[in-house]
Write a protein that binds this ligand. Structure first.
Ligand code: ZN
Length: 287
């Protein structure tokens, strides 16, 4: 198994000692740091395709959420994509999705003009979908969200085909349907975010905390297990995809057990290295 880490800062000697071969760095990382890092590591850049846009929720409220602009905004697609022109490193898409339950009322996005047009292209009427989402909020009847979920999946799928960027961080299989992602998209490689924790968006525990009623019930049923166990069960589900699966797991006291659960993967990424976490990362040597 190859090991990669998402890095905030890095200590070359220490990471090489641990057997780390790949580094994921934020897209804005300075050229001189990348040049330095590429001497010893395979480099991946984390790229956020919908960064900088505006979204409108089901109630007509508009906002900017960092990294999560409107996924139907083709102007935004092109503006961000143009940043890749001279980039020579492998790209991993991140935030290639719609908002999640952790975004509260903005989970129920996007209903802007661009989304209305996109919906028409896909044969949906976003006005009808909007009414259905509002009805869902009153009745908790999940069937009312079906077309909305499918519309979101169509948009994300179209972006991936348009950009031809086929390696991405995805929500874990049991949650991916919520944000417009599917494991049967035409991907070369999917990096499922297998995070049981409650520390932030995309983490299973955190997203669940924002869910209620039937939605929460269905997701809990999808998951079928809890705590660190979900790393193993969700990894197994992800393996049904035709895409290569390179999971990303979070550093923790239990890192050895976590790595054991995903050891069938050819590559595993660990989130996230910074020099103050050396103690936790040192455990990897025993793997
Ligand atoms: Zn929109």
């Amino acid at each position: 198994m190859k090991l990669g880490v998402f890095v905030v800062d890095f200590d070359v000697e220490f990471l090489l000692e641990l057997g780390i071969e790949g580094l994921i760095l934020p897209f804005e990382t300075h050229e001189h740091i990348l040049k330095e890092a590429e001497k010893d590591f395979e480099i991946f850049l984390e790229f956020r395709p919908f960064d900088g846009g505006v979204i409108e929720n089901v109630f007509g409220r508009k906002t900017r959420i960092r990294s999560l602009g409107c996924a139907s905004d083709e102007g935004l697609w092109k503006r961000n994509f143009s940043k890749l022109e001279d980039v020579e490193y492998e790209i991993i898409l991140d935030f290639v999705r719609f908002p999640s339950p952790a975004n509260g009322n903005f989970f129920y996005s996007c209903f802007c003009e661009k989304c209305h047009k996109k919906a028409r292209d896909f044969g949906y009427n976003l006005r009808v979908i909007r009414e259905n989402v509002k009805d869902y909020l009153k009745t908790d009847d999940l069937v009312l969200l079906e077309d909305w979920f499918h519309f979101r999946q169509n948009v994300i799928n179209e972006y991936i085909d348009w950009s031809e960027l086929r390696k991405a961080f995805f929500f874990t299989p049991s949650l991916s349907f919520l944000v417009g992602q599917r494991y049967d998209f035409n991907m070369k490689c999917i990096c499922p975010m297998l995070y049981p924790e409650t520390v932030g968006p995309a983490c299973i525990g955190y997203e669940l905390a924002y869910m209620t009623g039937t939605l929460k019930h269905v997701v809990l049923e999808n998951l079928g297990s809890s705590g660190d166990e979900v790393i193993g069960t969700e990894f197994k589900k992800a393996l049904k995809s035709k895409a290569k699966i390179e999971p990303i797991i979070m550093i923790s006291d239990n890192i050895l057990r976590r790595l054991e659960m995903v050891k069938k993967a050819k590559r595993v990424f660990i989130f996230a290295y910074s020099n103050d976490k050396k103690g936790l990362f040192a455990k990897i040597k025993e793997f």
